[in-house]
Ligand binder design. Structure first.
Ligand code: T3D
Length: 260
C-alpha cells in the first residue's frame, strides 16, 4: 500500500504530504493516523524545527472521505470520529511549540480547509479555493472552523462562508486575512519550503513561545496577556538563541541559532 502521508525530514523541516491524490486527499482513518504520527514526531524530535504540511496531486484535502459514510451502512457516530481523529489532530497542530507552514496546493474543503487554518502560516496556490463544504451535506464546520473563522475574518464573513459553502478563491482568502499569501501555483511549494527552512533555522524556541502567546490572546484579558509575555520573555531571555542573537548583532555577523 502507498503511504497515505509522505514524511521527509530535511534541514530541520518535517514535510508532511497528504497522499491520497485520487480521493483529493480526503481523510480516512489510515491517513488520520499517519498524519497524527507525523505531528507526534514533530512534538518529540528535537531535529524537527518546523513543519510543512501540503497535499499531493491537484487538491490539498477534500475533508472527510465520504465513501466511508455511506448511509446504507447505518447512522455513524460522528462525535466519536471528531473526538478520536479530528480534535486530537487540531490540538497537536496548535500545541506544537514549533512553526507549522501550510502550502495549500489546491482545493481545501470541509475539514481540509479548517485543518489548513489551524496552521501558523498558510500559503495557497492562486488556483486553490476554500470551501466550508459541511453546509452541503447537513453538517457543522469542525476541526476548529467555528472558532478560527470568526476570529480570522469576523462573524459576518464566517457565517456567510459556513452557511453557503461558497468556494473562496485563494486571493480573496489572502485579502481577508484568512491566510498569509496567495502565490503562483508553480512557485507555491518552493516558496513554502523556503519559508519553512528560514523558520527552522531561526530561534525556534522563541518562535514557539511567540506562537503560544498569540494563541493565548484569543481567550486572555490584557492583564493575563501582559503577565504571560513577562513569563515567556523571562524564559526566552535565558535561551542560548537569545544570547547568540544579541552577540551576532553586536559583532555584526549572521546568527547561528540552535533552537535551544
Ligand atoms: O464524518 C465525519 O467523521 C465528520 C467529519 C467531517 C469533516 C468533513 O470534512 S465533512 C465535509 C466532507 N467533504 C465534502 O463534503 C467535500 C466533498 N467533495 C467535493 O465537494 C468536491 O470533490 C470538491 C469541491 C472538493 C472538489 O471538486 P472537483 O470537481 O474539483 O473534484 P471531484 O471530481 O468532485 O473529486 C475528484 C475525486 O475525488 C472524485 O472521485 P472519482 O469520481 O474521480 O473517483 C471524488 O469522488 C473524490 N472525492 C472528492 N472529495 C471526496 C472524494 N471522495 C471521498 N470523499 C470526499 N470528501
Amino acid at each position: 500500500a502507498t503511504d497515505t502521508v509522505l514524511s521527509v525530514l530535511a534541514d530541520g523541516v518535517l514535510t508532511l504530504t497528504l497522499n491520497r491524490p485520487d480521493k483529493l486527499n480526503s481523510f480516512n482513518e489510515e491517513m488520520h493516523l499517519a498524519l497524527r504520527a507525523g505531528f507526534e514526531q514533530a512534538h518529540a524530535d528535537d531535529a524537527v524545527r518546523a513543519v510543512l504540511l501540503t497535499g499531493a496531486g491537484r487538491g490539498f484535502s477534500a475533508g472527510q472521505d465520504l465513501s466511508d459514510r455511506d448511509p446504507r451502512k447505518g447512522v455513524p457516530d460522528l462525535g466519536h470520529t471528531i473526538e478520536t481523529f479530528y480534535n486530537p489532530l487540531l490540538r497537536l497542530i496548535r500545541s506544537l511549540d514549533k512553526p507549522v507552514v501550510c502550502a495549500v496546493n489546491g482545493v481545501a474543503a470541509g475539514a481540509g480547509a479548517n485543518i489548513a487554518f489551524a496552521c501558523d502560516i498558510v500559503l495557497a496556490a492562486r488556483s486553490a479555493r476554500f470551501i466550508q463544504a459541511f453546509a452541503k451535506i447537513g453538517l457543522v464546520p469542525d476541526s476548529g472552523g467555528t472558532w478560527s473563522l470568526p476570529r480570522l475574518i469576523g462573524e459576518a464573513r464566517a457565517k456567510a462562508l459556513a452557511l453557503t459553502a461558497e468556494p473562496l478563491p485563494a486571493e480573496t482568502a489572502a485579502d481577508w486575512g484568512l491566510i498569509w499569501r496567495a502565490v503562483d501555483d508553480e512557485t507555491l511549494l518552493a516558496e513554502a519550503m523556503d519559508l519553512a527552512k528560514k523558520l527552522a533555522a531561526g530561534p525556534t524556541r522563541g518562535l514557539g513561545m511567540t506562537k503560544r502567546a498569540i494563541q493565548a490572546a484569543a481567550t486572555n484579558s490584557l492583564d493575563e496577556q501582559l503577565d504571560l509575555e513577562r513569563d515567556l520573555q523571562r524564559e526566552a531571555g535565558r535561551s542560548a538563541d537569545y544570547a547568540e542573537g544579541v552577540a551576532a548583532f553586536l559583532e555584526k555577523r549572521k546568527p547561528e541559532f540552535t533552537g535551544r
